[in-house]
Every structure is written in C-alpha cells, then in structure tokens.
Design a binder for this molecule. Sequence first.
Ligand SMILES: *[C@@H]1O[C@H](CO)[C@@H](O)[C@H](O)[C@H]1NC(C)=O
Ligand SMILES: *[C@@H]1O[C@H](CO)[C@@H](O)[C@H](O)[C@H]1NC(C)=O
Ligand SMILES: *[C@@H]1O[C@H](CO)[C@@H](O)[C@H](O)[C@H]1NC(C)=O
Ligand SMILES: *[C@@H]1O[C@H](CO)[C@@H](O)[C@H](O)[C@H]1NC(C)=O
Ligand SMILES: *[C@@H]1O[C@H](CO)[C@@H](O)[C@H](O)[C@H]1NC(C)=O
Ligand SMILES: *[C@@H]1O[C@H](CO)[C@@H](O)[C@H](O)[C@H]1NC(C)=O
Ligand SMILES: *[C@@H]1O[C@H](CO)[C@@H](O)[C@H](O)[C@H]1NC(C)=O
Ligand SMILES: *[C@H]1O[C@H](CO)[C@@H](O)[C@H](O)[C@H]1NC(C)=O
Ligand SMILES: [Zn+2]
Length: 505
Amino acid sequence: MKVSSSTVALTAAGLLAATGNAEPIKRTSKCGLPLVQDKALVDAILLEDLVGCAQDLEDIAYATSRRNRVHGTEGHLNSVKYFQEQLASLGDYYNVELQEFTTEVTLQSQAALTINGETVEAGGFSFGNNGTWANVPLVPVANIGCNAEDHPDTLSGAVALIARGDCTFVQKITLAGEKGAIGAIIYNNAEAGLAAGTLGGVNDLIPVGGISRADGLRFVEQIEAGTTLNSAGDFWQYIDNTTSYNVVATSKYGDANNVLFLGAHSDSVEAGPGINDNGSGSCGLLTIAKALANWRTNNQVRFAWWTAEEEGLLGAEHYVNITAASVLDKVRLYLNFDMIASPNYVLGIYDGDGSTFNLSGPAGSAEVEKLFEEWYASQDLPFVGSEFNGRSDYGPFLDAGVPCGGLDTGADGIKTDAEVSAFGGTAGIWYDPNYHSAADNVTNLNLDAFNATGKAIAHAVATYGKSWEGFPTRNATALTRRIAGAAPKKYTPYMKTSRRGKKTY
Ligand SMILES: *[C@@H]1O[C@H](CO)[C@@H](O)[C@H](O)[C@H]1NC(C)=O
Ligand SMILES: *[C@@H]1O[C@H](CO)[C@@H](O)[C@H](O)[C@H]1NC(C)=O
Ligand SMILES: *[C@@H]1O[C@H](CO)[C@@H](O)[C@H](O)[C@H]1NC(C)=O
Ligand SMILES: *[C@@H]1O[C@H](CO)[C@@H](O)[C@H](O)[C@H]1NC(C)=O
Ligand SMILES: *[C@@H]1O[C@H](CO)[C@@H](O)[C@H](O)[C@H]1NC(C)=O
Ligand SMILES: *[C@@H]1O[C@H](CO)[C@@H](O)[C@H](O)[C@H]1NC(C)=O
Ligand SMILES: *[C@@H]1O[C@H](CO)[C@@H](O)[C@H](O)[C@H]1NC(C)=O
Ligand SMILES: *[C@H]1O[C@H](CO)[C@@H](O)[C@H](O)[C@H]1NC(C)=O
Ligand SMILES: [Zn+2]
C-alpha cells in the first residue's frame, strides 16, 4: 500500500483514535486456522513484499521536507501509522497497542567548513553543540585521540583534527576540550562518507564536525609538511523534545505464558530515510506478521516496531521499563532484526553462545544461534557470527535476562577478504557504505540478503510458534550471562552508565 500525502497531517490524537475505532474485519476464529507450517510460512515471504514495504517507507520519508524518519517527526509518525494500518488490515489476529514515548532528538543539523579558504564537505553530529569560528588553526591529534597524551598543548585556542575509531566521539572531544580546543573535526576511518554519529545526548562539549578520511589525511600531511591550515567553521544543530510511539502487536491466540517476541526499529537517523537501517528489519517483521495471520500458532507471538532506537535504544528500553517483570518472564525469546539488506552484506547471526566474540547471553541465546546456523546451512548459504554486544534494541531485553537472538547483514564494519570469498562484494569497505547517510534508500538494498534473512526469520517464527521443544525454560539460572573461557558470572549490562547507540565511535 502506498501512503498518500493525505496521511501526512497526523496528530497524536488521530493515531490513538485510529486504534480505538478500527473496525475489525470479520474472519474465522484462529481455532479454524491450520497450525503454522515451516515451509509454507517461509515460502509465503516474498521478496516483492519486503521491497514493497521498504518502498512505502522511502515514500513516507521523501514525502516530508526532512526526507527522513527521525523519532517524533512527520516521517516517523507516518511510519508508525503505516505499521498500525497494515496490522489493522489483518482484522482481529493481533491486539495492537501504541506506546507513547517522548525524548530529545536532533531535528536539524547544518555544517559548513573551510580550510585556507577551500570549502570542505562536512557534516554535524547528533547532539553536537553550536559553534562558529574563523581563522583558527587546525592542529592534528596524535594516534586516534583516545588518550590524554595524544592531545598536544598547542590545541589551546585551536581546532583539533582527530581520526575516528576505537573510542567514543565523546571521549575524543572531551580530551581535546580539556586541552583548550575550541572545536573538533573528526575524519572518517572508512574510505566512504563523512565521519558522523551521535554524542548520545545533550552535553556541554566543544562543537564537532565530521569530514571524509581523504580530506582528513590530506590535512594531516599538509600540516606535518609545515603548512599552517586555518579553519572557519559554522556548526548548528536544533534539538528538541519529540513524541512518538512503539507499535506492539500481540497475536490473540497461542500460549501467553510462552511468548516469542520479535522487534525492529521504525525510526531513522536525521541524515536519510533509513531504509536498510532499519526499514529492512521493520519490513521483514511486517511481512512475516502479515503472512502469519493465515495460521494458528501454539505459542503467542508478539512483534514490536521500536521508536528512538537511533537516540540510544530508548523505545525498547521504555518498553522494558514499563512492563511488569511477570510479563517479561513469559517471553521465552526476543529476536532482533536491524539492517538485513546491507549492500555489501554478510549473513550475520548474533553470537549468542560467545564462540566467536566471547560474549554470550542468557540460556536460549545459544540455541537460537544454532537454529539460524542450521537454517542457513540447509539453504547452502554461508554465515558469520555477529558480536552479541547489546548495541541494538535487544540490549534492554538482555539486561532483563531475556534470551536473545537475531540476524543482521552488517553496518559500519569492514568486510574482510575471507568474507568476500564467501559472500562476494568488496573487501576493505563497510558492509553498508550508506550507513546513516542520505543514500540509505531502496535503490541501495541488497535483495539477496533481504530475501535470505526474511525467510530465515519466518523459519524461526514457524519453529518457535509451534513448539519450544529443546529450548531452555526461563529460570533464575538462565539469567546469567557467561563469558566463554571464564567462570560464569552475573550478566553486567553493556555500557550501563551511558546511552547505548549503535554508533558512538
Ligand atoms: C543552536 O542555535 C539555535 C538557534 O540558532 C538553537 O535553536 C539551538 O537550540 C542551538 N543548539 C544547541 C545544541 O544549543
Ligand atoms: C526536554 O524535556 C525535559 C523534561 O521536561 C527538559 O528537562 C529538557 O530541557 C527538554 N529539552 C529541550 C531541548 O527542550
Ligand atoms: C529506564 O529506567 C532507567 C532506570 O530507572 C532509567 O535510568 C532510564 O532512563 C529509563 N529509560 C527510558 C528510556 O525511559
Ligand atoms: C574471554 O573473556 C575472558 C574474560 O575477559 C578471558 O579471560 C578469556 O581469555 C576470553 N577468551 C577468549 C577466547 O578470548
Ligand atoms: C534452568 O536453566 C538451566 C539452563 O538452561 C537448565 O539447565 C535447567 O534445567 C533449568 N531448570 C529448570 C528447573 O527448568
Ligand atoms: C537513493 O540514493 C541515491 C544515492 O544517494 C540517489 O542517487 C537516488 O536518487 C536516491 N533515490 C531516490 C528515490 O531519491
Ligand atoms: C528468495 O530465496 C529463495 C530460496 O530461499 C529462492 O527460491 C527465491 O528465488 C529467492 N527470490 C528471489 C526473488 O531472489
Ligand atoms: C535495526 O533494528 C533492529 C531491531 O530493533 C536492531 O536490532 C538493529 O540493531 C537495528 N540496526 C541498526 C544498525 O540500526
Ligand atoms: Zn542506525
């Protein structure tokens, strides 16, 4: 379904009224539906439906002046409305709830930089502070600026030029600010695109901008050769509180004490429409939610489209915060899908047993990893482990002791030669060269990856919708997180003290 511009004038009241007033389409009771079958559900996931949904989300983004789907903006509210309407069209199969959530968001960003009079392409960071300066020397920071000693005393009154990588943006610019720098310019650690990301929240740091790796290296070389580079900068971000919604759909039938829960985020970053990140995950879930409505499941299935993931997993964290422990305890497994059609993809499976990255999850996390591994193997598809670091909407579920799993196809990691041998593509560049950029749109999705992950999710839904046989039960023992090779220890939430965003360094 295409969303026409008549849906644009949407208010919170309108959204809520739509839920309350939706007239359920009459259909036979779930008891009359056949029990879900693995092959039939997998076969019902068609690439054209996945892409059609992605196209709808792109249209929603491009119908707005911002051309994105940032939490709380028109593009995001219309995305929420889209998921809600699509679910409502399935009649009474799902109970659909909207959960309101308000948070601070960077709504607009402007960046301008000149070096010795030459205009250089530059971008801002979410939650970056405003700053305007002229005729201020650029001073390179040693190494990648993660240690205080990398930052020279000559930064005082200057603008720091820092490489991206290894530690957070916040750490780099805090250290530069402590040496008296009045601003910072970060250059990328990948060949494509400008350094960009989020500082995680409102702060009192020095203003910061991002430039390309090529420009950064060129400036470092010139300065090292003795040339003085004077910069003029004008960086501006508009931050405000905005309200949007999680969409949570729960099947009305099936065992409510043994729930399968699947989530994806429905918002984008400010830079673009967010079609791989994370329109692809959202559309994977919507397509499966629609296909599932033709079947009965033995276990209840819940889907969520989270808001404010890009601001630090806030929508999912809000859900976990406001949901009673007795309800979360009934979730046998949470599955997360974020970026499942990356242009330079790998088929990644969350490393729930810690065999690849040494970070495992509550009992069940290993079993679901194995289920996906066996599925890809049965389809003659290669796969790799994805670090189980909690940096997406499953983080809050891990913190609550819920077993987790999921698939992704790569973000801003660098593809290796070995991965190119297995999956094709290009070594030495990002899995998604358009990550968090304006080019993250339908044109740039990898359709083989989208097709393969969509069908793998359907296989998991059919399997666990039917039975939890062989899957660990939830109990106190299952709440421990293990580091492989070390004594089992209580799971420590990832980066508890700061907001978790996928892109903080
Ligand atoms: C930047 O300045 C604009 C006004 O020009 C203001 O609205 C905005 O809040 C400022 N941003 C920050 C991060 O202080
Ligand atoms: C957002 O709302 C909070 C709580 O009311 C307030 O403290 C904060 O200053 C607001 N932020 C902005 C940018 O207005
Ligand atoms: C969730 O609860 C924690 C602890 O009370 C709080 O620090 C955090 O801000 C809450 N998160 C959201 C998104 O409301
Ligand atoms: C896994 O982490 C533990 C604890 O940090 C460490 O002792 C162990 O050597 C690590 N194992 C591997 C294979 O990296
Ligand atoms: C609790 O979970 C552990 C780990 O999965 C499992 O070995 C054990 O059998 C479970 N206990 C009960 C009572 O279900
Ligand atoms: C998608 O992004 C590419 C690269 O930025 C751009 O050339 C193309 O026009 C975009 N598609 C649409 C429909 O705007
Ligand atoms: C999607 O994958 C299935 C195999 O899992 C294959 O049969 C089908 O042709 C693929 N569809 C497209 C359009 O590539
Ligand atoms: C896309 O959404 C899924 C589900 O919320 C999340 O797990 C994943 O981290 C997101 N991916 C990115 C790169 O934003
Ligand atoms: Zn993202």
